[in-house]
Design a protein around this ligand. Structure first.
Ligand SMILES: O=P(O)(O)OC[C@H]1O[C@H](OP(=O)(O)OP(=O)(O)O)[C@H](O)[C@@H]1O
Ligand code: HPA
Length: 175
């Protein structure tokens, strides 16, 4: 059905990696008051899979971060909406996102969360495009390093589509 999309990371590779990530987080956060915080919209698939692989008590929160290119906003302006942020004061927060690309989103989200005085903030992503990373912030946990190609699937979109694909794929040029 999506013959033109080249598979970069298969469904089974993703599941094995998310399972490993869940075990590692369970070991590292075993005795803490943990909040897993997904960044909408791209993290939705990862966060629901990952939380079922984390074997320690935790709360779930979701916030939204989006880069807009509208006529009334600056190009690439990053809007963070914290209206749905649960209480995180004194808690460990694990921010979960689908991809760490330039790192702008994670950097800004972390900065905004500091105001709420969590005990510590860590981050976990499925994909890291290392060659595009700007600034000093790095993800604490990541499953796959990927090259500088535009990817879709497992939550990642192109123009709002392809988020449902169970694998990570690369679109053909000009699709
Ligand atoms: O490291 P960066 O260069 O900041 O890119 C990563 C961010 O870009 C995507 O979000 P996007 O703003 O496209 O919104 P979405 O999650 O709703 O697709 C993705 O889900 C990450 O949150
Ligand atoms: O490669 C990508 N695909 C989809 N969304 C993204 N947001 C940052 N990088 C990407």
């Amino acid at each position: 059905m999506h013959d033109d999309i080249r598979c970069l990371i298969s469904e089974s590779e993703i599941h094995a990696a998310v399972e490993r990530l869940g075990r590692q987080i369970s070991d590292d956060f075993g005795d803490s008051e943990l909040t897993v915080l997904g960044i909408l919209t791209g993290s939705i698939v990862l966060v629901t899979d990952l939380m079922r692989r984390i074997e320690v008590r935790h709360q779930l929160g979701l916030i939204q971060a989006s880069s807009y290119r509208g006529e009334t906003t600056q190009p690439d302006e990053l809007i963070i909406n914290l209206e749905t942020l649960p209480e995180i004061r004194g808690r460990d927060v694990l921010i979960v996102d689908d991809i760490f690309d330039t790192g702008r989103t994670m950097t800004k989200v972390q900065r905004e969360l500091e105001r709420f005085q969590p005990r510590r903030i860590r981050s976990a992503v499925l994909l890291w495009k290392k060659s595009r990373t700007e600034g000093p912030v790095r993800p604490d946990y990541h499953c796959f390093d990927i090259p500088d190609e535009f990817v879709v699937g497992y939550g990642l979109d192109y123009n709002g589509e392809y988020r449902h694909l169970p694998y990570i794929g690369v679109l053909p040029p000009q699709s």
